[in-house]
Unconditional design. Structure first.
Length: 370
């Protein structure tokens, strides 16, 4: 059994890094070295923090890092990962394929496949290519290997944080890691796919500006969001706008003469993460939906400022101002402010090329929601 598990791990790593190497082409599709806005804060460290701990935005988690059972989560994900067929057999292949892989139901409790396609396949695939381009742009040796290591780390942190303190069969990371994460890298190794998503849909990443609060050991403002802009043929300088991550907001983007855009959108967000059922066969996790709306100001598809309001349990309002908007003592930092659960005031500052900034919180965050 031990040899079988090692063999499956070897197969996964071999496939992951082989498809990462397939990204080795020099045209830049998703990273352009822009020194202002959201693109200026993109780097391997910020991607791991934003993507890895994105789940902490949900209401069932506190932003207090001491309440996140990361070690337990990592061990449980590993225990499931190294013996995937045993775990899926317990859970049931029909249920696994019908909820995690194929879109067979629109019921929210059975639609675990939806974030697999949007975040892992499309978002994660684009991230893999973007990281390759980042390493090439910064003259880092072995950019394909470094991109593969960065993306693998980001996805493993994400799965461990989402697993949290649960111990037992968990098929969600199996679908994510084995199918959609690898599938995303393969998908975005195609020139046609990269060209379509970058030129036709203008897909890009608008991440948060993560910051650490040393007083309460909280991680603030981390998020991994993506945007798509599709130019409307019948409306000059106007695009259909879609903002997605743990939310989905649809709206319009209006291009101005100076290559800056104002985008407005509204839709649904993950208000809270909840456990649908737990048994000896495994755990099923879903979300409850809330409303969210946002307005965004970007230049050349690199967001300079964003304001989002929602009825999330953990957060009501979030304002992000990215580097390139204001100058302070000769440099241009990013900053954010938000209103959290129990009307807590949170603010912070970020610096270009730094993976994480510093944050202030008015008082200790409430415990995780039950």
């Amino acid at each position: 059994m031990h040899e079988k598990r090692i063999r499956w791990l070897g197969v996964f790593l071999t496939v992951f890094f082989c498809v990462s190497i397939m990204n080795a082409q020099e045209k830049f599709y998703f990273y352009h070295g822009i020194d202002y806005g959201s693109e200026s804060v993109i780097n391997p460290g910020s991607l791991i923090i934003n993507g890895g701990f994105d789940i902490l935005q949900s209401a069932t988690h506190s932003r207090d890092l001491s309440t996140v059972h990361f070690g337990t989560g990592l061990r449980n994900v590993w225990d499931n990962f190294k013996d995937p067929f045993t775990q899926i057999n317990k859970y049931g292949w029909g249920k696994f394929l019908g909820q995690e892989v194929f879109p067979t139901s629109l019921a929210i409790d059975k639609a675990q496949y939806f974030p697999n396609y949007t975040l892992h396949l499309i978002g994660g695939g684009m991230d893999s290519r973007m990281m390759y381009e980042w390493f090439v742009a910064h003259n880092v040796p072995y950019p394909s290997l470094m991109s593969g290591l960065t993306i693998a780390t980001y996805h493993w942190v994400n799965e461990a944080a989402e697993n949290d303190n649960y111990v037992g069969p968990n098929v969600d990371p199996l679908a994510d890691l084995y199918i959609f994460d690898i599938g995303g890298v393969i998908l975005f190794s195609s020139d046609a796919v990269k060209e379509f998503f970058s030129s036709t849909l203008h897909l890009t990443s608008w991440p948060g500006q993560p910051a650490w609060n040393p007083t309460f050991n909280t991680l603030e403002n981390q998020s991994q969001f993506y945007v798509i802009k599709y130019a409307l043929p019948f409306w000059d300088k106007t695009s259909l706008f879609y903002h997605f991550g743990d939310n989905g907001m649809l709206g319009l983007s209006f291009l101005r003469d100076n290559n800056e855009s104002i985008s407005v959108s509204a839709g649904f967000a993950a208000r809270e993460l909840r456990t649908v059922d737990v048994s000896s066969a495994g755990r099923t996790v879903s979300i409850t939906l809330g409303w969210i709306a946002g307005i965004f100001y970007d230049r050349e598809n690199s967001v300079l400022a964003s304001l989002m309001a929602s009825n999330r349990v953990n957060e009501k309002v979030r304002l992000n101002i990215y580097p390139g908007v204001f100058s302070l003592f000769g440099f241009s930092p990013g900053m954010f402010m938000s209103l959290g659960r129990s009307d807590q005031f949170i603010a912070g500052i970020s610096i270009q090329y730094s993976p994480m900034g510093l944050a202030y919180r008015s008082h200790h965050p409430p415990p995780p929601a039950l």
